[in-house]
Design a protein around this ligand. Sequence first.
Ligand code: ADP
Ligand code: MG
Length: 682
Amino acid sequence: MLDAPVLQLHGVGEERARELAGLGIETIRDLLEYFPTRYEDYRVKDLTEVKDGERVTLSGTVYSEPSVRFFGKKKSRISVRLVIDKVVVTAVWFNQTFVKKQLAPGKEIIVTGKWDKHKLQIVVSEMTESGSQRAKTRAELAPVYPLGGEITHTLLRKLIERALQQYGGEINEILPAELVARYRLMPRYGAIQAIHFPQDFDDGKQARRRLMFEELFLFQLKMQAHRRLTRKQQIGVAQAIPMDSLRDFIRSLPFPLTGAQKRVIQEILTDMRAEYAMNRLLQGDVGSGKTVVAAIALYATVKAGFQGALMVPTEILAEQHLQSLQAVLAPLGLQIALLSGSLTGKRRRETIASLQMGLIDIVVGTHALIQEDVFFHRLGLVITDEQHRFGVEQRRILRNKGLSPDVLFMTATPIPRTLAITAFGDMDVSTIDEMPAGRKPVETSWAKHEQFPFILEKLRSELAKGRQAYVICPLIEESEKLDVQNAIDLHAQLTQYFASAFRVGLMHGRLPAKEKDAVMQAFASGEIHVLVSTTVVEVGVNVPNATCMIIYDAERFGLAQLHQLRGRVGRGAEQSYCYLIADPKTEIGKERMQVMCETNDGFELSQRDLELRGPGDFFGTKQSGLPEFKIADLLSDYKALEVARNEATQLIAQESFWHEERYAELRDYLQREGVLEGLVFD
Ligand code: ADP
Ligand code: MG
């Protein structure tokens, strides 16, 4: 049984089992699937191929008597001359006096260590005698595992070898034979054997390729099966949307919708009317007009007799959304309320009671929205805006209240395709890939700190034209540790600089909510001309008259974040400008500033960001919803990811998948992963 505990294995007792569990290894299967991250190369190299500082294995003949020096009690240094291909080099051992007796002149030895090209010297970490038993049995490619605790490489290799001997026969092929053939994959048993004990580099590479594909394929199969089965279940609400009144509403908007907006609205409405619960991601660059799409969908759900909820990550954003929804929907008689964390006591109780009685049509708020004590009269649609992943847990909370609403997840972070189909693979995706007409791309430039005075003059001339500006900096107040600009100082500096000519406001996360509102209000109404702020204005804030975005110490922000900040300007008809003030010290830092100046396209930026930072960092935190892969790498294996997705989608669309014997292993897998749990299908 592959699912037997490792304790079953000869040589593993309670103590060892505990240590293995620390590495996440509990069953035989876990052990066999504990893959190395790389291989240590013990193949003997030619001196001419070796680069300075490289870890290398060399073979040579001892030429001199070893010389030994001691430092203090425990430290020692042995050196000896070696002849390698007629070149005399020095081999050095630190604190390994026991090697001395093996170093008689004329002996042939194989040493592994770090090469110093200038001194013609190798600092040896491992040595074997040529022709010895150890030299013969040592793998030329030794797998390197992520280890911890008391588990050593030698022990792990021994256990894996033993597990392969005892249980290897139970390693069944899981991939359909047609895929193994089509992509020339190693069979499963062979791949597991070869990833741990490769015969050569190519063998290891092929094993990795096979297991990587398997991992991505199984992952995609899980996603696609989940998606398909939840649809088939039809646990959702079929909303009967009166299309005439929806059309009237759209016509009453102050602008015609873009083609892309119309398309995504169509996709959303189709889901809402269907009997399955919508699970859709709406992505669109900053300023592409997602808010109005949300408003239309919310209006539709209310007209169909349901309630809608809009969930956002911050209170500022909640209030802003409340205002913009109220502006278009309140005149039509819809009741819209705020339910945020700051709402407490009697007012909170009243709001919750009205929600439950159905007196409120649309509720806007932070995560407080779906807390245990909040009940709805008839919830039809939940929209979440910006990074607020509406995950399994949130769905469970709602399901426990007897609700399975349609869900729309909006994001302005253009997610590179590979990440989108990984993190959101169980969702349908709608994309707004077109900007409202008349927008001029923001002109972005990068300046050094010493050029700040010139930027301020540019700023002054924009303000003189009646425009407004944001100045963003990373910190709220002065920090001893970091030499970066802070909002409070910069606010004081600019207030003095513009004196009576223009008003400068200050905004940061530590201001009381009331004051934040007042400042935002004053900026929106044009009373304040320049807003000095931390990144609290990053998402959603909409003041079309602002044409200038100055970002101080821009190297301290990620590309996605810079793009978000830049998206605060360029929202009206006027030309807008973005100035990045930065003296980046690294090449990557410089490249990031250049990329920002080169492109306004969020998708391109996010792809570049992904390449510069890697997938783990892309969303900033672990809460991204990105799965952790054992062996696949989203950056380098993205092609395989797409292939795996297509194959998985096609496979589950076949009727035969659900009953034929040859897919039993895969169905077992889905069962183990809980995808089939509680689902009925024909
Ligand atoms: P997003 O949320 O996608 O960043 P918003 O919904 O805030 O963008 O829209 C940005 C601005 O564009 C708002 O001022 C909005 O009123 C305006 N807008 C949205 N759709 C259109 C359109 N089709 N034509 C003209 N302006 C639009
Ligand atoms: Mg928005």
